[in-house]
Design a binder for this molecule. Structure first.
Ligand code: FES
Length: 307
């Protein structure tokens, strides 16, 4: 039976399941192992360095080979979620903390300094948080927020984005930080926004039974240039995205309250998608602080599958 030696964790575990990936084995044995994209070869947070037993691993599949080539990995670095084990292996996990994950986001951008990129920015805000906090215990509030952010965050990852921040009752996602076409970034962001609505409906079905509540969120999406880079004290730098695009996306999100809508998407996003692929219930002109010309926003209800 193959044995896996996790050097940093000082653990040796066995696995007789030929179908299990290294990530599956970590999870089955309670070994913490980052897998931000859910094991779908979209993030690299599960990667391991193989210290011994390289010949006891399955060859790279196409998805892993594409990532390994793009990042210039040597043969000892493998995606745990894509790799199967046929014999004894010694390895170490390469992403051990949230700071590491943040660094990986920056690697996807491909720069250690500041760089301008055109990306889609999504803000999602929980409505009525004050009422929720007042009517439930602190533990229940944290539990509910945890489940909410898990459901919403999955949609960002599922549609090719990265989770940027959780601030209070708000979550934000970025699409296109690793380059690629504007259409891909905008399509991913809009799909994530609509997917969040569906995920929330499912979550609400259980929350209403367990806590007697239904949650509602407002989502805003905008596309445009931002500056990406690492900022902060030298010992604790974080991936950061700054610029008007971020502020406008946040402002668009907050407009949902005034407009009585759930998902608002700017003209800049709609213009990057093929004509007729967005179904919009209404259009509004968003007046923004410091902007002479209002931004057109659309209350999106559907995206055709053809896009
Ligand atoms: S978990 Fe994301 S690539 Fe393996």
């Amino acid at each position: 039976m193959p044995m896996l030696h996790y050097r940093c964790a000082d653990r040796i575990v066995e696995s007789d399941d030929a179908e299990a990936t290294i990530l599956d084995i970590s999870k089955a044995n309670g070994i913490p192992h980052w897998h931000a994209c859910g094991g779908n070869a979209r993030c690299t947070t599960c990667r391991v360095r193989v210290l011994d037993g390289l010949s006891h691993l399955s060859p790279r599949n196409d998805d892993e080979a594409r990532i390994a080539t793009a990042r210039g990995w040597d043969t000892t670095i493998r995606l745990a979620c894509q790799t199967h084990v046929t014999g004894d292996v010694m390895l170490e996990r390469m992403v051990l903390s949230g700071t590491d994950a943040s660094q990986l986001q920056l690697e996807a951008v491909g720069t250690r300094g500041g760089e301008e990129r055109e990306i889609a920015v999504l803000f999602c805000d929980l409505r009525g948080f004050t009422t929720l906090a007042e009517s439930h215990t602190a533990f229940d509030v944290v539990h509910i927020l945890d489940r909410l952010f898990h459901s919403l965050g999955e949609q960002i990852l599922l549609h090719g984005g990265v989770i940027y921040q959780y601030v209070g009752d708000e979550i934000s996602g970025l699409f296109g930080v690793d380059g690629g076409h504007a259409k891909r970034a905008c399509r991913g962001a809009v799909r994530a926004a609509l997917g969040m609505q569906e995920a929330l409906a499912l979550l609400n079905a259980t929350l209403v039974e367990e806590f007697g509540i239904q949650l509602r969120v407002g989502i805003g999406v905008h596309y445009g240039p931002v500056i990406v880079g690492r900022v902060g004290h030298p010992v604790q730098k974080h991936f950061a995205v700054v610029g008007d695009t971020v502020n406008i996306a946040s402002r668009i999100q907050s407009m949902n309250k005034e407009c009585g809508t759930d998902v608002l998407v700017s003209d800049a996003v709609v213009s990057k998608l093929p004509e007729g692929t967005i179904s919009s219930a209404a259009t509004f002109a968003a007046g923004l602080r410091g902007k002479a010309v209002p931004v057109q926003v659309h209350a999106v209800t559907r995206l055709t599958s053809a896009v």
